[in-house]
Write a protein that binds this ligand. Structure first.
Ligand code: NAD
Ligand code: WQD
Length: 343
């Protein structure tokens, strides 16, 4: 019997990480999670095991900046590849606390890379973001478009991409996938795991869901004077389960000799929806009225951002499959079954 491949998932207790753990386990991988639980709860991993019907997920409560702690994990398991989700992700907070963001995201990644080098683990899938395209001049966005940052969070992703490109150039045997996510939404169809933001959500979909359950009286729509069909911002919302499958596809691609050792690919659907279209879709899925008011634009927002998803199809043999209706229905199921999230 061939040995199962062992994947270290940093940030695996978080929103995208927990959904990816499910897809990895179901695809036959052994999963090890490292997470400092700064923005998550171990309950998500308990539920992952329940959903998949497996042994408890191997979990280390370790901060990726803790080199000794990480080395212990690498010394206890023969890790084949790393999927690196761990990081802070709130744009506004990053403007207030840039040093914390560079420390956590950039220094954390550098520490992880040092340990990977020491243990000769040379396959890495990294959570990048469409934010690296800054304010794109045209849409759909292709991977060769110029990169820029408009805030410290985005700059941390740019810097990490650059570090990884330098590393791969210096050591061409490394295989690195930079996955640039568009707007992840949705939840597992079981309703057991989903996005559980702490405090007031920054992102549209969890905010809408909390208006639907009555936590907040109404949604503020940030601007209706953008050069888009209805004036509100247009984004490429992608179901988190599709996104999770994109990570499994990236691991598979590492075994395909046709695929270059360094890839930067968009993970999006290629379809943009406006804020008003999202409200309407959620109203249909939940049969709840979503009250909203139009307010000023939010600083730093772009008019439209959606992917050209063709390269992921070619290189990873992956494409998003789930519809907007499924995204909304799954968020609604998660929100109704877990009105207080994991708490
Ligand atoms: P999340 O906050 O739910 O997950 C991140 C996880 O990393 C959390 O469980 C957190 O506790 C953990 N973590 C943070 N810092 C850590 C550290 N120093 N050591 C160990 N663990 C640490 O966020 P998510 O939405 O699942 O995002 C995962 C990754 O994807 C992040 O890197 C994020 O920047 C990136 N990303 C997210 C989005 C999005 O909209 N959700 C879009 C593009 C990219
Ligand atoms: C979507 C649309 C808002 C909230 C952010 C990060 C990005 C990436 C994903 C990590 C926009 C509008 C929102 C609200 C609103 N994260 N909106 N009222 O800004 O596209 O991307 O998350 O990498 O880096 O910037 O996502 O969900 O915040 O906003 O009208 O209460 O909804 O203006 O048009 P965004 P979002």
């Amino acid at each position: 019997m061939t040995k199962k491949q062992t994947i270290l998932v940093t940030g695996g207790a978080g929103y995208i990480g927990s959904h990816t753990c499910i897809e990895l386990i179901q695809a036959g991988y052994q999963v090890i999670v490292v997470d400092n639980l700064s923005n998550s709860s171990q309950e998500s991993l308990k539920r992952v095991a329940t959903i998949v019907g497996c042994e408890p997920v191997v979990f280390y409560s370790v901060d990726i900046r803790d080199q000794q702690g990480l080395e212990q994990v690498f010394s206890e398991h023969a890790i084949d590849s790393v999927i690196h989700f761990a990081g802070l992700k709130a744009v506004g907070e990053s403007v207030q606390q840039p040093v914390a963001y560079y420390d956590n995201n950039v220094s954390g990644t550098v520490t992880l890379l040092k340990v990977m080098q020491k243990y000769a683990v040379k396959q890495l899938v990294f959570s990048s973001s469409a934010t690296v395209y800054g304010d794109p001049q045209t849409v759909p966005i292709q991977e060769h478009f110029p990169r820029s940052a408009t805030n410290p969070y985005g700059r941390s992703k740019l810097i990490i991409e650059d570090i990884l490109m330098d590393l791969q150039q210096s050591a061409p045997e490394w295989q690195i996938a930079l996955l640039r996510y568009f707007n992840p939404v949705g939840a597992h169809s079981s309703g057991q795991i989903g996005e559980d933001p702490r405090g007031v959500p920054n992102n549209l979909m969890p905010y809408i869901a909390r208006v639907a359950v009555g936590t907040y009286p109404q949604l503020s729509v940030f601007g209706n004077d953008y050069p888009t069909p209805d004036g509100t911002g247009v984004r490429d919302y992608i179901h988190v389960v599709d996104l999770a499958k994109g990570h499994v596809a990236a691991l598979h691609a590492f075994h395909n000799p046709q695929v270059p050792h360094l890839l930067a690919v968009n993970l999006g659907t290629g379809q943009g929806y406006s804020v008003l279209e999202m409200i309407k879709a959620f109203e249909q899925a939940s049969e709840c009225k979503i009250a909203y008011q139009i307010v000023e634009r939010r600083a730093g927002d772009v008019a439209a951002c959606f992917a050209d998803p063709q390269l992921a199809k070619e290189l990873l043999a992956w494409q998003a499959e789930k519809s907007l209706v499924e995204m909304c229905a799954d968020v609604w199921r998660w929100q109704q079954q877990n009105p207080k999230g994991y708490r």
